[in-house]
Design a protein. Structure first.
Length: 195
């Protein structure tokens, strides 16, 4: 079973997270940040991951630590669940429309954590959510997930749509990348023999 369960406790957050790569899109999300809960629910559904996240964070300060630390834990969970990445497709990409927004994402389970981020979110907040935290989340996910992640906005004027499109698109890209190719189920998809 390609799954991981982990916890992370700091002076700023206390997180319990479970990820199943071969799920059906079920989720139980309670981070204390409503907008992040919404995005992670969409992420699980569109990636077909089963995801459970409980976080108690210092949201009386702001949502920064919660959002970043959940990204760290989710990246760690992908790393653990994938193991040596034997049999995975490795690459995934998606061009996803979300109303007027059009978001392109691509993922390589390369073993090299990197985020190339090109979203232009027009407002500083969606509700009470600080939109600059979107980049913080994806940076943490890419670094701790040992994956190269590209996120590019091709169109969009509504902040909610842009962010939601990014989460859905990256979920679809990751869903493709982590899938097992039955033709090569015992191979590591690299000429180096390791990812």
């Amino acid at each position: 079973m390609r799954a991981a369960e982990l916890s992370r406790t700091t002076a700023e957050t206390d997180i319990r997270l479970r990820l199943d790569l071969d799920g059906t899109g079920l989720s139980q999300i309670a981070t204390g940040c409503g907008f992040l809960d919404h995005m992670l629910t969409l992420f699980a559904r569109h990636g077909r991951f089963d995801l459970s996240v409980q976080c108690k964070g210092d949201t009386y300060v702001d949502d920064h630590h919660t959002v970043e630390d959940v990204g760290i834990c989710l990246g760690d969970a992908f790393t653990r669940a994938l193991g040596e990445k034997r049999g995975v497709v490795r690459y995934g990409s998606m061009l996803l429309p979300m109303d007027e927004a059009l978001i392109l994402t691509a993922v390589d389970l390369s073993g090299r954590g990197m985020l190339c981020y090109d979203l232009h979110i027009p407002t500083a907040r969606v509700g009470v959510f600080d939109t600059e935290l979107v980049e913080e989340f994806f940076t943490a996910l890419a670094r701790r997930g040992d994956m190269t992640v590209h996120i590019r906005q091709l169109a969009g004027s509504n902040s909610h749509h842009i962010i939601e499109g990014a989460f859905k698109s990256i979920a679809r890209s990751l869903g493709m990348a982590v899938a097992v190719d039955p033709r090569f189920s015992q191979e590591i998809p690299s000429t180096k023999g390791v990812l």
